[in-house]
Design a protein around this ligand. Structure first.
Ligand code: GLA
Length: 394
């Protein structure tokens, strides 16, 4: 292996060797993400502005001479074994459904699964699970780039994002959009990914937090969320119903000028769901323009407006998220919002560097006063997307 690998990569390498009794062919990794702005817009063909973060999932992998796949990880004691010939969504469950689902989904995007070799894979990660930071997309993307390399598929990154999304939709059963995998595959250090989820055209926009004296503080409320059931799917259904009544293929096709007509045609709840998507798409465009023209210190009001829209119109916030946002703002953050699918998970607070300790202390105190579980607070930096980190001898 090459010299300069991280402790996490060394752990993945060692884990691989201890489970499979030989060395890995290589190491690949992919990051979690936070979304700066543009929530629930992805499956409405709209705009998103996420960043890859400096928390990663590493896979150590080696191909085999037969059709067997064996999957192991630092967070499960069992090693799951399946044949490439049995790789259908109905056979997959538990955490191994993510890597195995990606292998299956690659077959749906052109890989000839009857001709590729089996493999062994070991997963390690420091992306927190259940925090709304896309630990699942990190895992899917790391496996996707690894198999793309060792199977010689030459699929581009946007196709790999669609592979991860298909695995999530079909195998895991969560009706999610393409934002998380795109961020994990296309992210860049100190930048956000501006993605048009209809055309899948992506642009990397510099964020410039450091020169502006700002940090992106994550407040993980530890309130759990599940996208496979419940609220997420219900919101998606409302959006589709709203688009149908308005006579457009997707809510992306409406602008703020269409809102009076939407209000006249839709019931109050569906209207508010639609208003969130329409205004949120506009806020993404405004944020991009503001980042380019004035820099990140000027986007605070857009983050705040996004949170209000999710709290009041889309109704996907939670008391813990609202408290995190209000408290962070009162303690000096210049903008704050919940991030991700909602119903729990994390908030982000754009915070002047010197005020990070004060904001952290204020949020911890407020959660204690309200009797909420202790949140996890940490700063993240925008990082590079999925990478092939090292080669090794088999
Ligand atoms: C989850 C989904 C994404 C996106 C966000 C909300 O993270 O995986 O596709 O819909 O929620 O913006």
């Amino acid at each position: 292996m090459t010299a300069a690998i991280s402790a996490l990569e060394r752990a993945a390498q060692a884990g691989f060797a201890s489970r499979f009794d030989h060395g890995a062919m290589g190491l690949w990794s992919a990051p979690g993400r936070v979304n700066l702005i543009g929530e629930h817009t992805d499956y409405n063909d709209g705009f998103v502005l996420p960043l890859a973060i400096d928390r990663r999932t590493v896979v150590a992998l080696a191909t085999r001479n037969d059709r067997i796949i064996r999957v192991a990880s630092s967070f499960a004691s069992e090693t799951v074994e399946v044949s490439l010939d049995e790789l259908v969504p109905e056979n997959l469950d538990g955490w191994s459904a993510y890597p195995l689902g990606v292998a299956w989904a690659l077959g749906q995007f052109g890989a000839d699964l009857s001709a590729v070799p089996g493999f062994e894979i070991y997963v390690d990660s420091n992306v927190p699970v259940g925090a709304g930071l896309s630990s699942s997309a990190a895992l899917e993307s790391a496996v996707a780039v690894a198999l793309n390399d060792v199977w010689g598929l030459k699929l581009d990154r946007l196709t790999l994002a669609r592979v991860g999304q298909l695995a999530e939709n079909r195998v895991v059963g969560a009706p999610t959009g393409i934002m998380d995998q795109s961020a994990s595959l296309l992210g860049r250090t100190d930048a956000v990914v501006f993605l048009d989820c209809r055309s899948l055209s992506a642009e990397v926009i510099p964020l410039g937090l450091n020169p502006a004296g700002l940090e992106l503080l994550i407040i993980d409320t530890r309130v759990s969320h599940s996208h496979a059931t419940g609220g997420y799917a219900a919101r998606r259904a409302s959006c589709e119903a709203g688009a149908h009544t308005m006579g457009v293929p997707a809510l992306r096709d409406l602008s703020v000028d269409d809102l009076p007509r939407a209000q006249a045609l839709l019931d109050d709840e569906t209207f508010r769901r639609v208003r969130h998507i329409v205004t949120e798409n506009q806020r993404v465009l405004d944020t991009v323009q503001t980042l380019r023209g004035s820099g990140c210190a000027a986007i605070g009001a857009l983050l705040d407006a996004s949170h209000r829209s999710m709290r009041d119109d889309f109704e996907i916030s939670a008391p813990e998220l609202d408290l995190a946002v209000v408290t962070a703002r009162a303690a000096g953050a210049i903008g704050a919002r919940m991030t991700g699918g909602g119903f729990g998970g994390a908030a982000i607070a754009l915070t002047p560097t010197e005020l990070v300790p004060a904001v952290q202390a204020a949020v911890l105190a407020a959660f204690a006063t309200h009797g909420f579980a202790t949140p996890d607070l940490f700063v993240v930096h925008a990082a590079d997307g999925a990478t092939h980190d090292a080669d090794g001898e088999h």
